[in-house]
Design a binder for this molecule. Structure first.
Ligand code: DX5
Ligand code: ZN
Length: 215
């Protein structure tokens, strides 16, 4: 069964505590948290202090997706908060190996995200060390964009890469434009975790939407 990680980016920011509680009660598996710095992507969101203030209000594991140019600067802050997955972008650092080891040394799971134009092959020599590959199915920066179909092939390649390493516990997550129409495609391709922002937060019945996305 796939897991559903609603993206907080589509929540009502004036009522964050209620929104997160609502998502938890609606059956979400993880809370997807999009950190944007206005450099790596042309948008700003929230930082560690805001996320820290939410930690005591939900038991959901934090799935932190850093769309920032200097991800290494935030490892300790998110480890201190209590973060399950710390995911950074392959395009943001030439030192993926070092950063992955550092994330794990803090007891977090390490994920690497790929922009739509970045090949899965870039992760061949780090996959054995990864807990997650996050395939972007939109260009990062904004919620509510349309799914890029090529992501389906990349999900399959990422699954195959983890399968190659027999002892791997790595999961494949897909992020961007996931809705009732595209969810079956990414489930079929083998995605383990589906991120959904606008589809879940915009649904009249969020619990029903989460169930339907799971298939
Ligand atoms: C995009 C973010 C996504 C976004 C998904 O840069 O990484 O997590 O919130 O939103 P939807 O599901 O609306 O495409
Ligand atoms: Zn995201």
């Amino acid at each position: 069964m796939v897991k559903i990680a609603p993206s907080m980016l589509s929540a009502d920011f004036a009522r964050l505590q209620e929104e997160i509680k609502n998502i938890e009660l609606s059956g979400a598996d993880l809370l997807h948290i999009d950190i944007m710095d206005g450099h790596f992507v042309p948008n700003l969101t929230f930082g560690a202090p805001v996320i820290k203030s939410l930690r005591k209000h939900t038991a959901l594991p934090f799935d932190v997706h850093l769309m920032v140019t200097n991800p290494a600067d935030y490892v300790k802050a998110f480890a201190d908060i209590g973060t399950e997955y710390f995911t950074f972008h392959a395009e943001a650092t030439p030192h993926m190996h070092r950063l992955v080891q550092e994330i794990k040394s803090y007891g977090m799971k390490a994920g690497v995200s790929l922009n739509p134009s970045t090949p899965v092959a870039m992760l061949e020599d780090i996959a054995a060390d990864l807990d997650m590959i996050l395939i972007m199915s939109v260009n990062p920066g904004f919620g509510g964009q349309s799914f890029i179909p090529h992501a389906v092939r990349k999900i399959k390649k990422a699954k195959a890469l983890f399968d190659y390493y027999e002892n791997s516990n790595g999961v494949v997550e897909v992020d961007g434009g996931v809705n009732l129409e595209t969810a079956p495609l990414v489930r079929e391709a083998g995605a383990d975790i589906l991120v959904a922002g606008s589809a879940v937060f915009g649904a009249p019945d969020r619990a029903e939407m989460i169930r339907s996305l799971r298939g």
